[in-house]
Design a protein around this ligand. Structure first.
Ligand SMILES: [Zn+2]
Length: 746
């Protein structure tokens, strides 16, 4: 038996913890969560220290020694180490992919922080000393004079540049003890400049209303219990959820705790991030912004600043949930219903669910906030698993906008043509423009026309090797595939029968932009979608111009619907509410309901009441009717009834097992055989549906099939399923992956 060993979990290559002897240097300062380099077989790998002072009955002479500790600061915390283990099991992911996701690449690569040297006056000289210095070292004396006029420290490089001195002269004064030099790692603060010029946050004293105070106090009461608890903050659009978050954050910071604040996409929520930064600065706290656009250096600095406990708050996209925040007390997931929280690649984790789980491990409080919570979350609140805090009033008692459903069937009867903008909406747009008020139009389909059709032979332009139609982009005269990025020149005659009568069906944002320019020739219309936002800061530039009133009508896809708050917008139009209803997804009704409520929230943020137009061919469908009345409880009970009937989440967990192959015969053969095997093995505990072709049956030349499993408890079935899969011989031309709690059903 050998004691005093260190248990290390390798970040790649091997997924069980291994025991090592401490390194020859610094073995007494080891800490849990430190990144170390270790010998494994003949390789040198990285690992994370999992526990200290362990014993092993492995023969002592065979034990190997840790090479070195890569950083003094632990890059993982005890709770994220436990989280890694849970993620491996729950999401059926390999060790390597979990650590790659949890430890940022620049940390694993060991990018060094930028070290800055600072100089500061250490003492003042008396007259004889100064005379001596003037005589013996006039240049040093001049530098001394410069520092007399400065209070505090100055970067050494700046001193050299400004005073035209050499480094040796600085060192001379340091040597005489007149200046003192300090070294600090300077944090590269991401986003600061970008946000500085646009999202100037107006400082007004914040007065919380009764509901905000009640919600804040309820969260604080949970925080004071120092146990795990999840709250759902269900606040209608414009009800001031952010102020409630800030109230709770202040409480945690006062007690020396740490906070993780998640937003679906940092780049699309500059207002929230800007407001957080300003308010946290007021509280005297640094925050780290975490998102995919950061440089390696920015990532390194941000992570290390949290690891050192220097910064105590991180605001970021889903992967910020893995940040090594010290003494984590509060985790906030804003817009918790957003599909962007789910990662599309392995490990296919859900940021919100991981947030709840990490809060449990850290005995922290988790707050899920939304104007349109997901069914899963609403159900958890209804069942009493989450504490429900509601905000039903808009701040300053602003009214919710009036919602009008436009029946596009009668529009079709009147005009005998499919139109994108109904006459009522057109009148309302004109009306706003005359009153110098602003409008926002949403259409979740970019491009000009949805598809190209030949009326003579029925030819439809399809993406090669994918089962989706090509979209016509008029500006470039191209047909584009929105899934794969494929593009080709738009034909002038039918590629199949050479007919010149080819037509463009359906409309996208480009076509609506065209129509608007004819409808309101003098109005300034700006289109904002993935096609126009090629440059990095274009998004914020357009929003800045919109805020300044330089734009009358903002037209865009759903990407612009997130949390925008413009006081002069009094009209919002949803051009085609049916788009999300027709997706082959059991969440179609939920998505439609959420979309209508969310876009409605963009109107009437100022003093004037807003109006919302929802255009649909299905005016009586449930989600549209419930959204019209803003009836969450009604929608929840109707939708839960549907879900229950088919055993869909939240009643059962769903695992989607996706297969792909270029060979149709093989994918048919193996998915059939596999499903039969699962049925025989787990038929009593697992409900199986499929195999069936996925809605997106072909993608980039691959056929796609899926099998669904329904279960009460993922943890009980996922490991046996994986084991069964390991033992199942499948042709290497067929590739498969498990998607636990899937969001994308395409
Ligand atoms: Zn044709």
């Amino acid at each position: 038996m050998t004691g005093g060993l260190v248990e290390v979990i390798p970040v790649s290559g091997y997924d069980k913890p291994l025991s090592y002897l401490p390194p020859t240097k610094g073995g007494d300062a080891l800490r849990i969560g430190q990144l170390v380099s270790i010998p494994l077989g003949r390789q040198k790998l990285q690992g994370v220290i999992r526990s200290l002072n362990v014993e092993s009955d492995f023969p002592a002479h065979k034990l190997k020694r840790i090479y070195e500790v890569i950083f003094d600061e632990p890059v993982m915390t005890a709770d994220t180490l436990a989280l890694a283990e849970w993620m491996r099991g729950y999401y059926a992911a390999g060790n390597e992919s979990v650590f790659e996701t949890m430890i940022p690449a620049p940390i694993r690569a060991g990018v060094e922080a930028k070290i800055c040297r600072y100089l500061k006056l250490a003492r003042r000289l008396d007259v004889p000393e100064l005379e001596t210095l003037n005589r013996r070292a006039p240049k040093q004396a001049a530098l001394y004079a410069y520092f007399l006029g400065i209070s505090g420290e100055v970067e050494r490089n700046k001193v050299i540049a400004e005073c035209g001195v050499t480094g040796a002269i600085c060192d001379g004064l340091v040597g005489r003890g007149i200046l003192v030099e300090t070294q600090q790692t300077r944090q590269r603060v991401a986003y600061e400049d970008d946000l500085g010029n646009m999202e100037k946050v107006i400082h007004k004293p914040v007065v919380l209303n009764d509901e905000q105070i009640a919600a804040g106090n309820s969260i604080i009461a949970s925080l004071d219990l120092h146990t795990f608890r999840t709250h759902l903050l269900h606040g209608i659009t414009g009800s001031g959820k952010t102020e409630v978050y800030l109230h709770a954050i202040q409480h945690v910071l006062n007690q020396g705790g740490g906070v993780i604040f998640l937003v679906p996409e940092v780049a699309l929520t500059p207002q929230t991030v800007g407001r957080m930064r300003t308010r946290l600065a007021d509280m005297g706290t640094e925050m780290v912004v975490w998102h995919s656009m950061l440089s390696a250096g920015e990532r390194f600095d941000g992570w290390m600043s949290l690891a050192r406990g220097q910064a105590r708050v991180v605001v970021g996209a889903r992967s910020a949930i893995f940040a090594p925040v010290h003494n984590l007390r509060l985790v906030i997931v804003d817009e918790e219903h957003e599909p962007a929280y789910k990662q599309g690649d392995t490990p296919r984790y859900h940021g919100r669910d991981v947030a709840v789980y990490r809060s449990m491990l850290a005995k922290a409080v988790c707050v899920l906030g939304s104007a349109t919570p997901s069914l899963e979350t609403l159900y958890n609140a209804q069942e009493g698993r989450y504490t429900l805090n509601r905000l039903t009033k808009r701040i300053d008692d602003r009214q919710l906008p009036k919602l009008r459903i436009i029946d596009m069937r009668s529009e079709l009867l009147r005009t005998k043509a499919i139109s994108s903008i109904s006459r009522d909406l057109a009148t309302a747009l004109l009306d706003r423009w005359e009153r110098k008020e602003q409008s926002i139009l949403f259409l979740n389909r970019r491009g000009y026309s949805t598809s190209m059709l030949c009326p003579d032979c029925g030819y439809v332009a399809m993406s090669p090797e994918s089962s989706v139609t090509l979209t016509y982009h008029k500006a470039e005269e191209k047909l584009k595939c929105h899934l794969t990025g494929y593009e080709e020149p738009a034909p002038t005659q039918c590629p199949s029968c050479s007919s010149e009568k080819i037509r463009w069906r359906g409309f996208g944002t480009q076509k609506v932009e065209d129509i608007l320019s004819k409808l309101l020739p003098k109005a300034k219309v700006v289109r904002m979608d993935a096609d126009t936002l090629s440059k990095k800061n274009e998004f914020r530039e357009i929003l800045g111009n919109f805020r300044k009133g330089k734009i009358d009508i903002l037209l865009g896809t759903q990407m612009i619907a997130k949390g925008l708050d413009f006081p002069n917008v009094t009209l919002v139009g949803l051009i085609d509410a049916d788009l999300s209803l027709h997706i082959p997804d059991f969440r179609a009704a939920e998505r439609t309901f959420q979309l209508i409520v969310q876009v409605s929230g963009r109107a009437g943020r100022g003093d004037r009441a807003g109006e919302v137009f929802v255009q649909t061919y299905l005016p009586s469908s449930a989600p549209i009717q419930f959204a019209r009345r803003q009836d969450f409880d009604g929608f929840l009970s109707a939708e839960l009834e549907q879900r229950k009937e088919f055993n869909y989440p939240p009643y059962r967990h769903l695992i989607r097992h996706i297969f792909r192959s270029k060979n149709l015969d093989k994918i048919l053969f193996y998915t059939e055989r596999w499903a039969r095997l699962v049925e025989e093995t787990f038929g009593d505990t697992l409900e199986i549906r499929g195999p069936a072709p996925a809605p997106l049956e072909r993608l980039k030349g691959y056929y796609r099939f899926h099998v669904w499993y329904f279960t009460d408890k993922i943890a009980r079935v996922i490991t046996p399923l994986q084991q069964l899969r390991k033992d199942f011989k499948m042709d290497e031309e067929v590739v498969d992956v498990f998607d636990v709690d899937p969001i994308d059903m395409g």
